[in-house]
Write a protein that binds this ligand. Structure first.
Ligand SMILES: Cc1ncc(COP(=O)(O)O)c(C=O)c1O
Length: 308
């Protein structure tokens, strides 16, 4: 199979055998991954009733920790999940997990907070009577270099982003069924990931990352109304403004996306990942000068944010 046909996803990491023996935090205990378990009565397992954050470790520090905590605590407050720990206590738990695994760099954390174990296998949130379930998985994680050389192939899909009064896309909830369905549809169309539209047909986001295009030197992304309020998305917008790159949060259609000079995705894991094609149409010439500049600026910002 040629490299350009190679199928991958935005969260492909280089194989690392050390991940077979990592230690995982489960409600205060740090145990081998084979022993890390939650109840089948857990509301996260039963209903997707929980919130999570993905964060990366650089130089022994969690990049943009405060921004991730703001989103997490806001989400949990909105759905009345009491985390029961302060931000400082969560930081201590994450640091303890990283230290137990000897990690200071190239590590990715999935911090998960669910409404906790239920007394009975039914939906009512009041049945979660035992406090939240908190799990911290930190894996050795380096994005695959092929993501950057080849780029991601996107397909637009029938599944759309919802209105905020159904399930607000700003919730980083355990239930990602909307996104999972979109990803399946993209795979069935022969692409790596899904490009999702909003209820009005404007280009919105992908199933797992935020989406940007570059046209005639301008950076465009959706209004933000139907997508995850991505930490990386906001950093890229801020960096454009600081660097004098025109940036717009606006409605645009596939017409403008297909005809873009560059397109890229943003997310904590991959930072900025190039898009090779949308619906089989190659994006630009493959020269990605604006994205490359933003990658450089973002790298410097991460270093600054995680400096000793
Ligand atoms: C649907 C979706 N979009 C975008 C993102 C990227 O957000 P961030 O930049 O905060 O990692 C995520 C990450 O959780 C996501 O789940």
């Amino acid at each position: 199979m040629s490299d350009t046909n190679h199928s991958h996803s935005t969260h492909d990491a280089e194989e690392d055998v050390r991940n077979r023996d990592i230690k995982i935090y489960v409600n205060g205990d740090i145990v081998h991954r084979d022993e890390a378990k939650v109840s089948v009565y857990d509301s996260g397992f039963m209903l997707g009733d929980g919130m999570w954050e993905g964060m990366r470790l650089y130089n022994g520090k969690w990049a943009f920790f405060d921004e991730h905590m703001d989103r997490l605590y806001n989400s949990c407050k909105s759905v009345s999940i009491d985390i029961g720990l302060s931000k400082e206590e969560l930081l201590e738990a994450m640091n303890r997990t990283a230290a137990a695994n000897d990690m200071t760099e190239d590590a990715h954390c999935r911090l998960m907070i669910t409404r906790g174990r239920k007394a009975k296998p039914f939906q009512h949130p009041g049945l979660s009577r035992f406090g939240p379930t908190i799990v911290i998985i930190v894996e050795h994680s380096k994005p695959k270099s092929s993501l950057h050389s080849t780029g991601i192939r996107l397909a637009t899909v029938p599944q759309v982003r919802g209105l905020p009064m159904s399930q607000d896309a700003k919730y980083n909830s355990h239930s990602k069924l909307n996104c999972v369905i979109a990803c399946l549809q993209a795979e069935q169309a022969g692409a790596d990931e899904a490009l999702m539209l909003d209820p009005n047909g404007f280009v919105n986001t992908t199933n797992a990352c935020n989406f940007f295009i570059v046209r005639r030197g301008e950076v465009w992304t959706s209004t933000g109304d139907y997508c995850m309020n991505g930490v990386t998305r906001q950093k890229v917008i801020d960096l454009c403004r600081q660097d004098g790159i025109p940036v717009f949060e606006k409605n645009y259609s596939l017409y403008e996306a297909y005809g873009a000079d560059e397109a890229f995705l943003t997310g904590t894991f991959g930072a900025q990942t190039p898009v090779a094609s949308i619906d089989g149409k190659a994006i630009g010439t493959g020269e990605r000068l604006v994205m490359a500049r933003l990658q450089q600026l973002y790298k410097a910002l991460v270093r600054e944010n995680t400096a000793g």
